[in-house]
Design a protein around this ligand. Sequence first.
Ligand code: FES
Length: 389
Amino acid sequence: MSTRPADHGANAPTEPHPSDATPRIPSDEELARMSTDDLVRLGNQIDDLEVVSSRERFPVPGTRAEKRAERQVAGWFILAVIAGIAFLVAFIWWPWEYRSPEEEGAWVYALYTPIIGVTFGLSVFGVGMGVIAYSKKLLPEDLTIQQRHDGRSKEIDRRTAAARLVQTGQQSGIARRKLIYRSLGAAGGVLGLGVLVAAFGGLVKNPWKEGPESALLVTEWKSKHGERVYLRKNSGVPSDVVLVKAGDLEPGSMETVFPFREEEREDPEHLAEVLRSADSPVMLIRLRPNVAVIKREGQEDFNYGTLFAYSKICSHMGCPTSLYEDQTNRILCPCHQSQFQANEYAKPVFGPAARPLAQLPIAVDDQGYLYARSDFIEPVGPAFWERNS
Ligand code: FES
């Protein structure tokens, strides 16, 4: 169906236009008794809508040409079904956990995002193309002219418009074209399922299956077999281990440090991995000696002298809180401007963060190297439902 505004110029039709005759408006009872066709006719009159021509694409149902057109339309829907199933399979079973480029299976992991993107896109594309092909090949071809109206539609307009939609549905022949009907239904179902899986699939897993050792509760700072976990700097070369001594930091300075275990010294892959691990980075801050300190209850001995170690993961939404301002002793998160008071157990003093940064308990061994006395005693980073601190 096509529409165009009224032509009041030289090309205006010489025949009397439907708008010239004002239709009688039926009562509500008469409206309720009218058939779909009657309502459509009435609607055409009221809307100044003139059907110039209308023709069935396949006046004789069931011809080979019609079947061929049906198969072409169904082909698009079937493509959508296959792509939708491929998307579901890839989304659920494709190895999605991060692998570094050196690890085995890294290329399979690298394909995860392209695969789910392409399959989902193909599924949507198939449905879209199927609908377009259906309207081009099978819907009746008509030419309709409608006068433009302003303002809100009246009740009678809405009733007749609804009747027109019903009639269009009947004329489309979708009910008797079983192949298209079913393939469209299957495509819509698979696509809908795909959207649901994409939206909620990430929630259907148990983050607590390892109990107290679950990923949200432990970090790389946890000692695995009772060994000491030292603080190391990132020199830029992952295999180059530079441990930190208490005297390495000037008063009023900050250094980002990462966990290191002696047993991992000869494992370059793990040394590199720890530097990338999201919950590893810790800000080691040396306050100036004259700064007044307020400690958090239960964490009174977490510092070593004027050295304090706080998780770098912002308690608002997990950005790295990389900025330390030593005049005010504030740690700044660049994402949403939360500020944390370093001399008051990193409590939030500005911005959207509502919880202090997690503090790492530190000590010094007999050679002067700093190590973590334990893992953090609370989860690092933002809130989650099960969190109770
Ligand atoms: S993530 Fe730090 S303020 Fe939002």
